[in-house]
Design a protein around this ligand. Structure first.
Ligand SMILES: [Zn+2]
Length: 309
């Protein structure tokens, strides 16, 4: 009986040694590689699963009929960190990027859902302000890991109401937005260069590109000259208008394909889509940035759910 117990202990010690070596090996390499990431996102590192040697030992012991209590007296002081998340997972964030178009309190046009009530918009901005959100633009994208509660408010196309109804609310709450400008829309919508410059110079509105004529870029992706005009010329013209670098393109009607993305990458850092949902910085491509659509019928509660969901 004694002899068999000694043999058992020897077998067990060998087994537990192997177990320790196997589990601890990836930890050494991954912790060496990741000091910067742990520093930038300390709250994320606490998610790591910590397993003590004691927990590892109990597993094989239960499969053997011998009493396990004596055997577990081995020193179990070293903690082994397993499941070290990859760098992308450490940095990954879900970013809410809201999408608006135009506004009207009482007189929505044909596509009524595009016309958010300014009074509702103010409630949404006030909620974000009251709850400690930071209003970001694409200039802030590579600094998002330093911002606790980032939120993006984006408007597509460019309308006079963006100036007359939305801009005063932004000034009241010191809230920043991104405005994706479709250059050919300006005259039709009475959205003037003076309005654009005043909004730009306030520092509250960052103008980005929504092309010149709002084409379905996927449909014209075979015509390189047209694609260049829409992508490159719109960027140049908006930069001339505002004096600030244009970093992002919102695909008109949300349409793009691999060729459009490839060409957009020549001029922009971001391609903004209408794919619904929060944008996950670890999982989703910067040229497929997702957005949360805001409609006239979207209630404040629905807005808050989108923000938290
Ligand atoms: Zn549009």
């Amino acid at each position: 009986m004694k002899k068999s117990l000694i043999i058992f202990i020897l077998i067990f010690m060998l087994a537990s040694c192997n177990a320790q070596v196997n589990v601890s090996q990836p930890v050494i390499t991954s912790t060496e590689e990741m000091p910067v990431i742990i520093e930038t996102a300390p709250e994320e590192t606490t998610v790591r699963e910590v397993i003590t040697t004691e927990e590892i030992i109990t597993e094989p012991a239960t499969t053997i009929a011998e009493p396990a209590t004596e055997i577990i007296e081995e020193p179990a002081e070293t903690t082994i960190i397993t499941e070290q998340p990859p760098p992308a997972a450490v940095q990954a964030r879900n970013i809410p990027v809201f999408m608006y178009h135009t506004s009207s309190e009482n007189n929505p046009g044909g596509l009524a859902e595009l016309y958010v009530k300014p009074s509702e918009f103010e409630k949404q901005i006030k909620y974000l302000d009251d709850n400690g959100y930071t209003f970001c633009t694409f200039d802030d994208w590579f600094n998002l890991h330093n911002i606790e509660k980032p939120v993006f408010i984006t408007f597509d196309d460019g309308y006079e109401s963006n100036y007359t109804e939305i801009f005063p609310i932004l000034q009241k709450y010191n809230a920043k937005i991104t405005l994706f400008l479709m250059l050919n829309n300006m005259a039709a919508e009475n959205f003037t260069a003076e309005m654009i410059r005043e909004m730009n110079d306030s520092g509250l509105v960052k103008f980005e590109s929504h092309t010149i004529s709002h084409p379905d870029l996927a449909a014209i992706s075979g015509n390189d000259a047209v694609l260049t005009r829409e992508l490159e010329d719109s960027k140049k013209q908006i930069e001339e208008l505002t004096g600030r670098p244009v970093l992002a393109l919102a695909y008109p009607v949300g349409r793009f394909n691999a060729r459009v993305m490839e060409r957009a990458k020549e001029y922009y850092l971001f391609g903004v889509s209408t794919i619904a949902g929060k944008h996950n910085t670890g999982e989703h491509d910067n040229f497929e940035i997702r957005r949360l659509r805001m409609n006239r019928s979207t209630s404040l509660n629905a807005f808050i759910n989108m923000l938290g969901g």
